[in-house]
Design a protein around this ligand. Structure first.
Ligand code: URA
Length: 239
């Protein structure tokens, strides 16, 4: 699909600088469209059908951006916030220019896999309650998590507001005063995992998302680090 857009918008979305900076690039005669030097940064250009060169280098156009972040604790899953740092604030400017938004929310004190994209259609598909996209978490739980909890989660849990969750798979990795578990849920209610454990009189003390659909967190990403998805990861998500 092709779409005409202002040249300065295309260039800044591709990470070539702010609108002001890319205007200067055009003014300096550094930008060519189909071999002709562009004189006006407001020119309507079709980035798919037309060849754009900056300083004689051809640009590879892309409309969408898909970023995997290892969200750290202490930042909020939002694009803007008056008080707290947001996950978008952590991105370099050239990526912020694409206007990505987090796909769903992790609590401020939850860490791990967060996808950010400007592809509204994919975000909608992943978040749709009808699609039941699995989300896998690793957690530390105060108290001994045992067989009765596994069975309760398998049946579905009644939350504090009366909502009945879908069946969830709970696996105990380490049983102790503080247990370590893996849990897969198929929906995304507010504070869902914390509230599910609260319903069985236990407390989540650490929570990390490790997968969403077929997409696994790249464990080589440190807290707050991010990278663009690989082509095969995007395919997995789109399945
Ligand atoms: N469940 C929670 O309680 N918190 C999260 O951040 C994600 C799932």
């Amino acid at each position: 699909m092709s779409k005409r857009q202002r040249l300065d918008k295309i260039l800044s979305n591709l990470g070539l600088g702010t609108r002001k900076e890319v205007k200067d690039l055009v003014k300096d005669g550094a930008v060519q469209i189909d071999g002709i030097i562009a004189k006006d940064s407001g020119l309507q250009v079709d980035p798919v059908l037309q060849k754009i060169k900056v300083n004689n280098k051809e640009l590879l156009y892309r409309e969408f951006i898909y970023i995997m972040m290892n969200k750290p604790q202490g930042v909020v899953s939002a694009t803007e916030d008056n008080r707290d740092t947001t996950v978008v604030d952590l991105l370099e400017e050239s990526l912020q220019a694409f206007e990505p938004a987090p796909v769903g929310r992790l609590d401020k004190d939850t860490e791990g896999l967060l996808l950010l994209t400007n592809d509204g259609q994919l975000a909608h598909k992943l978040l749709s309650p009808k699609k039941h996209v699995p989300k896998t978490y690793f957690a530390h739980i105060e108290g001994r998590v045992g067989q009765s909890d596994i069975e309760a989660f398998e049946k579905g849990i009644t939350l504090d507001d009366g909502y009945e969750t879908l069946p969830a798979q709970l696996k105990v990795l380490v049983q102790g005063e503080v247990s370590q578990v893996e849990i897969i849920i198929y929906e995304g209610k507010f504070h869902q995992i914390k509230r599910m454990f609260q319903a069985v009189d236990k407390k989540v003390v650490y929570l990390k998302r490790i997968a969403m659909g077929n997409l696994q967190l790249d464990e080589s990403l440190d807290h707050g680090e991010y990278r663009e998805l690989l082509e095969e990861e995007l395919k997995l998500l789109q399945e």
